[in-house]
Design a protein around this ligand. Sequence first.
Ligand SMILES: Nc1ncnc2c1ncn2[C@@H]1O[C@H](COP(=O)(O)OP(=O)(O)O)[C@@H](O)[C@H]1O
Ligand SMILES: [Mg+2]
Length: 287
Amino acid sequence: MAADDPPPPEHPVKRPPLPEKAPGSGLLIEDLQVSYGPVQALRGVSLQAPEGSVVAVLGSNGAGKSTLLRAVSGTLRFHRGAVTGGGVAYAGDRLTGLNAAEIVARGVTQVPEGRRVFGRMTVAENLRAGALGVRGRKAAAAAREHVMELFPVLAERAGQRAGLLSGGEQQMLAIGRALMARPRVLLLDEPTLGLAPLMAARIAETVRRINAEGTTVLLVEQNAAMALSLASHAYVLEVGEVVMSGPAGELAASDEVRRRYLGESDEELPPQDGGSPSRPVLTRWPA
Ligand SMILES: Nc1ncnc2c1ncn2[C@@H]1O[C@H](COP(=O)(O)OP(=O)(O)O)[C@@H](O)[C@H]1O
Ligand SMILES: [Mg+2]
């Protein structure tokens, strides 16, 4: 390169792809790039969810939250998307490149956006579908018992068609179905979307309990207040990039997050001058 060449454009240092066996436990997402055909939806997203944590991903519509979870769960291909760079590892094993069933078998299960229960099937049949990959009748029975204990209403409605459940009950069923696979990591995509506050609070309480029982949770939410109250750390996605990350308490206290995601005090702030370029970037949390 000649001495008077302009400096290369500033962008994050490209790290080598994740090794097959990365050190450390938990979920590790590194420099993840995802495209749907010509549309690049994630542009170098890095995130970690240590074993046993609840980590929240906030961001407005279209930011790439669902895409991130799909990339982790191996379900991108069902949406005609693909990982084009970087990768995801769990407990030191690379997940990227595995199919969805293989990823479930490694302990990572997603509850997709919009609940998606099988409406014509009964509650019990929906739960059984979630246990398809689980080896051993005993393991499946234990998982079922756990789900029934978490959501007694599912036991009461076991023979009822899932399509007849309320929105909140369907969300419980969707979570219950995911739990039938006995995940170590649960990926939740907007579990409270469209639910009444009381039901949303119940779902939040359940997420807290699932985590207390040892399951790591990666929680995508537009309900930032709820997500930040559950999570230890959070990331804010904007147009496919992480623009902020840090301890949940710090994010909850940041003006930017309060204004944009907690819907606070818009009227008290001076009008926006077309978007300030100096957005606060909170420190990353130590690995
Ligand atoms: N199946 C798809 N095909 C093409 N583009 C998609 C598809 N799904 C999502 N996108 C695009 O990817 C970006 C991120 O979408 P998404 O991950 O659904 O965001 P969020 O969940 O944060 O609302 C958006 O620009 C969206 O239009
Ligand atoms: Mg989404």
